[in-house]
Design a protein around this ligand. Structure first.
Ligand code: PGA
Length: 253
């Protein structure tokens, strides 16, 4: 039985004060227990969020990290710095980082390994562009990204990874994938993991859909057996909307 995951990706939004107001509002209502809730926030808000989330069951995540232990990498943040302040997750290989910050399958692989070595849960993102989808290359592209992202990871490590399928054309566009299409691609990703490891490992890995998930479409995604939750950008910024997404996650069976 895979525990559903609802993860917010705040991207470059919210000051410390805004983050704390969000969390206070979110905590003022009931949150369902049977869903793993994660907020991935910008670095400056992380320490305050970790403290404010204590006892709530909400996990706090970063949106990136560097693969090296430490060193001359101006502007970067290491896994040890994140775990030191109580961060438990890190988004890795988001398509915005691949597009604007030159991340490659190789850096994604290195970052994933470092995250796991430090006990962080990597939320590893894959997904095809509109052009690749139109050329009917979605599965080929996603398979390649998965194979390269997981290269060198053992079974026990892979079981701790959360995979997020985010078609690039669906991110921030209001144009979500259909639940059926997302379910099919995620089913394919699970078969890919089974090919690389075995079925039992594949059955344990949580796999999320991301791309224009909102309170009014999340239930359709969660109704797909293969989809274990969502990685949500825009709709995670408002506490009421995020609460509705968590509530939907709590009803997944
Ligand atoms: P969106 O972003 O929900 O705003 O489409 C999703 C993501 O980038 O993770």
């Amino acid at each position: 039985m895979r525990i559903p995951v609802i993860a917010g990706n705040w991207k470059m939004h919210k000051t410390v004060d805004e983050a704390l107001t969000f969390l206070k509002t979110l905590r003022s209502g009931n949150l369902p227990g049977k869903v793993e809730t994660v907020i991935c926030a910008p670095y400056p808000a992380l320490p305050a969020l970790v403290e404010a989330a204590e006892g709530s069951g909400i996990g706090i995540g970063a949106q990136n990290l560097h693969w090296a232990e430490e060193g001359a990498y101006t502007g970067e943040v290491s896994a040890r710095m994140l775990t030191d302040i109580g961060v438990r997750y890190a988004i890795i290989g988001h398509s915005e980082r691949r597009a604007y910050f030159a991340e490659t399958d190789e850096t994604v692989n290195r970052k994933g390994k470092t995250a796991l070595q430090h006990g962080l849960v990597p939320i590893l993102c894959v997904g095809e562009s509109l052009e690749e989808r139109e050329q009917e290359r979605t599965k080929q592209v996603v398979r390649e990204q998965i194979v390269r992202a997981l290269e060198g990871l053992g079974s026990e490590e892979v079981k701790r990874v959360i995979l997020a399928y985010e078609p690039i054309w669906a991110i921030g566009t209001g144009r979500a994938s259909t639940a059926e299409d997302a379910g099919e691609v995620i089913g394919f990703i699970r078969r890919t993991v089974a090919d690389l490891y075995d079925q039992q490992v594949a059955n344990e890995v949580r796999m999320l859909y991301g791309g224009s998930v909102k309170p009014d479409n999340i239930e359709a995604f969660l109704a797909e057996a293969e989809i274990d939750g969502a990685l949500v950008g825009g709709a995670s910024l408002d506490p009421e909307s995020f609460r509705q997404l968590i509530a939907a996650g709590g009803k997944k069976r």
